[in-house]
Write a protein that binds this ligand. Structure first.
Ligand code: GDG
Length: 465
């Protein structure tokens, strides 16, 4: 079995259970192959210092990290990755900041990663690169002579070609995908956008519905929807911390039904739209008002990107006005928490909730939807209200699917969810859990790596840059 090398912007110590499903799943494969995980250390240093690789042995897995300089961090991470690619890939061209300097920082850091990773590689390694921060990494590695199999997985959506075309340098960015042997996406609609882009903009030649040829290379592409580690999550659900949380919530809300939202505070998650829909529901159904409480956890994220501070203010204003207008002396409709809740407690909160509101405006997959389902009591499960614009909607067809821009429609779905009879809740939950179990994070890992192993070894030494 070849050694697996995982490359991502941030790395998680696989020995820490707080790391979450993705880290756990990757750690399992890394453990089995005595693998290497390479990424940014999370440290920002003065320019002159930032060139060493820090090595740490975490059980059988080697962690290798590099620091970033202030200039590189600003241009690569805040600038190009989160100020250009994140908004455009989430269909928010209006929020993108196309500063010409960012792309140089993005290239510099990808070149730094390639330079530092190359000497650590063995000839039969299989390399798996993650996410939008590192799209050109394979091209940079190939330019240095790397011939190993390299796969790429995009955790966020790929927008349609015309939207991609708004990015200055989009042709360079998309061409870089051909340096990989396999490119994986979350959903079929992402694959369709890829197909359309490479065939129309890059004039790639389709081979067999799964592979495309351009720039002297062949790339395979497909959908590999990410899942959760169901057993790990069920374990967490019945561990003491989550059970305590569950019991506390059940006691405190014995006469009310709980709705829950758990999101990073990000404009892609549709939080203001969700609050407006909840306000609409309260307005339309005065009889149900005091029987429902929405707990919204919005964990802080990228606070040094300006679009996020605007969002924070908007959300705080909305929550304040809903509570001010609808609250009673002994009841507030919204409990808004702008902090990160410990992972061990989340399943208890999910389990105590009758409804989950997962209503992003655009989302690669959305794991909260799957975590909520996995934490439910099978005999009396809650209802998932899910945006049709989340990648998860392609799989979880038995959810109450909504258009988050449609305030009235989402409000109606909230009412339906709160009043759904037990039998229907059970049927829908059972059907969705079959999917969540079948396509769990282990399936995701194994199917991606199997497809990568099958991808043809490619022409060596193609020039890229
Ligand atoms: C990207 C893509 C794709 C959230 N708040 C807290 C907390 N969380 C945890 C959730 C869940 C994870 O964070 C969020 O995952 P999502 O999938 O919802 O979203 P992104 O962070 O945007 O992730 C997404 C994902 O990559 C994987 O490919 O699904 O589409 O955007 O696990 O539980 N965890 C804790 N406290 C919080 O307050 N502990």
């Amino acid at each position: 079995m070849s050694r697996l090398v995982v490359v991502s912007n941030r790395i998680a110590d696989p020995r820490q259970t707080a790391a979450g499903g993705l880290a756990v799943a990757l750690a399992e494969v890394l453990n089995n192959t005595g693998g290497l995980w390479f990424g940014w250390s999370g440290k920002i240093v003065d320019d002159a210092e930032g060139d060493d690789v820090h090595m740490l042995q975490a059980g059988p897995v080697k962690l290798a990290t590099v620091d970033l300089s202030h200039v590189d961090h600003d241009a690569f991470y805040l600038g190009y990755s989160n100020g250009v690619l994140w908004p455009v890939f989430h269909y928010r061209v209006d929020l993108a900041d196309f500063d010409a300097g960012y792309i140089n920082g993005y290239r510099r850091v990808n070149q730094l990663f390639a330079r530092k990773l190359l000497p650590l590689l063995r000839p039969d390694d299989v390399i798996w690169v993650h996410d939008y921060h590192l799209i050109p990494l394979a091209a940079e590695l190939r330019a240095l002579g790397c011939t190993q199999q390299i796969g790429f997985f995009l955790h966020i959506p790929l927008p349609p070609p015309l939207m991609l075309a708004a990015i200055p340098g989009h042709d360079w960015l998309m061409r870089a995908l051909f340096a990989y042997d396999l490119v994986g996406f979350q959903s079929q609609s992402d694959v369709d956008h890829f197909t359309k882009y490479v065939e129309t903009e890059a004039h790639a030649q389709p081979l067999d519905g799964q592979r495309w040829r351009a720039f002297g290379r062949t790339v395979r592409a497909g959908a590999f929807p990410i899942g959760i580690d169901v057993d790990e999550f069920t374990g967490l659900t019945y561990a003491s911390e989550a059970v305590e949380m569950y019991e506390r919530m059940k006691r405190e809300y014995s006469r009310r039904k709980l709705l829950v939202g758990v999101d990073r505070l990000d404009y892609s998650k549709g939080l203001p739209q969700r609050m407006r829909a909840f306000r609409e529901f309260l307005t339309r159904h005065p009889e149900l008002r005091s029987s429902a409480t929405l707990i919204q956890i919005a964990s802080p994220s990228r606070e040094n990107v300006s679009a996020y501070t605007d969002l924070l203010r908007e959300l705080e204003t909305l929550c304040g006005s809903i509570n001010g207008n609808f609250g009673e002396l002994d009841w507030m409709p919204v409990r808004y928490i702008h902090r990160t809740v410990p992972r061990a407690r989340l399943p208890g909160l999910y389990r105590a909730s009758r409804v989950a509101l997962v209503t992003p405006l655009r989302d690669g997959m959305n794991l909260v939807a799957k975590e909520f389902l996995a934490a439910q009591d099978e005999a009396d499960p809650g209802v998932l209200v899910l945006s049709r614009f989340a990648g998860a909607a392609e799989q979880l067809k038995e959810a109450l699917l909504v258009n988050p821009y449609d305030t009235e429609g989402t409000a109606a779905a909230i009412q339906l969810a709160l009043q759904m009879p037990l039998e229907e809740r059970r049927d829908r939950h059972q059907a969705m859990m079959r999917t969540v179990r079948q396509y769990d994070v282990h399936w995701w890992c194994e199917s991606f790596l199997a497809a990568l192993a099958e991808a043809q070894p490619e022409e060596k030494g193609t020039s890229w840059l």
